[in-house]
Design a protein around this ligand. Structure first.
Ligand code: PEP
Length: 255
């Protein structure tokens, strides 16, 4: 089963609307025609309209949000709905990022509601899972990942899995400069695929794209993408520089 790589930039709380334009102008010229990899940019909410204006005419690049409310509308101060994201042509929504889980208390039940709201709106969740160092060293890696997947995918059908991307991001590798070794990442992503197989069967598991995230840089991208169960990256720090993100995307094209 061949899976198209998907490389996504998670800009987190960086990049003003003006800086977004400064990044995208040259970057979109480099990738102006469809390439053999899906390229996704996830700016902060305030920079999404500017990014949408620039990205929408470009067939090679898609827009993502970094979060979304599961509520449709109403008295939810500070929140952003699916309809708002659709209005600016968002195609993907990052859900369950470890910073949302640890800093804002999002648990699998909330993330599951967001997954359903995203799918119902016709957008595609990039669903993040990952273990802390303590959990890995304490022998809980497999149980943590299994319960994150079971909880955040509850009542998601096999057909709906076609629109879901999983991002495996070991918490100890996010923003730390410490990357999982290619073998560690491969072994874990193979395990994630086996959980999907238990939940949805072999065909769905083989078709689901599983990204790796955690200190991906131009220097380690090629080796990581060469692993059979790594189908792209969710990139934080290294996606803030157009040149370095372009190099990571190029590794995805070659992988
Ligand atoms: C992330 O936040 O999703 C991430 C992977 O960050 P970094 O690449 O900076 O480790």
């Amino acid at each position: 089963m061949s899976r198209k790589n998907i490389i996504a930039a998670n800009w987190k709380m960086n990049m003003t609307p003006s800086e977004t334009a400064e990044f995208l102008d040259p970057f979109l010229q480099t990738f102006s025609t469809r390439v053999n990899v899906d390229i996704v940019i996830a700016p902060s909410f305030i920079s999404i309209p500017k990014a949408s204006e620039l990205i929408t005419p470009n067939p090679a690049v898609s827009l993502s949000a970094q979060n979304m409310s599961h509520e449709a509308s109403g008295a939810f101060t500070g929140e952003t709905s699916a309809a708002m994201l659709l209005d600016v042509a968002c195609e993907y929504v990052i859900l369950g990022h470890s910073e949302r889980r640890s800093l804002y208390g999002e648990d699998d039940a909330v993330i599951n509601k967001k997954v359903h709201a995203t799918l119902a709106a016709g957008m595609k969740p990039i669903l993040c899972i990952g273990e802390s160092l303590e959990e890995r060293e304490g022998g809980q890696l497999e149980s943590v990942l299994t319960s994150q997947l079971e909880g955040s995918l509850a009542e998601v059908s096999a057909d709906q899995m076609a629109d879901i991307v999983i991002a495996y991001e070991p918490v100890w590798a996010i923003g730390t400069g410490v990357t999982a070794s290619p073998e560690q990442a491969q072994d874990t992503q193979k395990f994630v695929r086996s959980v999907l197989e238990n939940l949805y069967g072999a065909e769905v598991a083989a078709a689901t794209r599983i990204q790796y995230g955690g200190s991906v840089k131009p220097g380690n991208a090629a080796e990581l993408i060469g692993q059979p169960d790594i189908d792209g990256f969710l990139v934080g720090g290294a996606s803030l520089d157009p040149q370095s993100f372009a190099e990571i995307v190029s590794a995805g094209i070659g992988g």
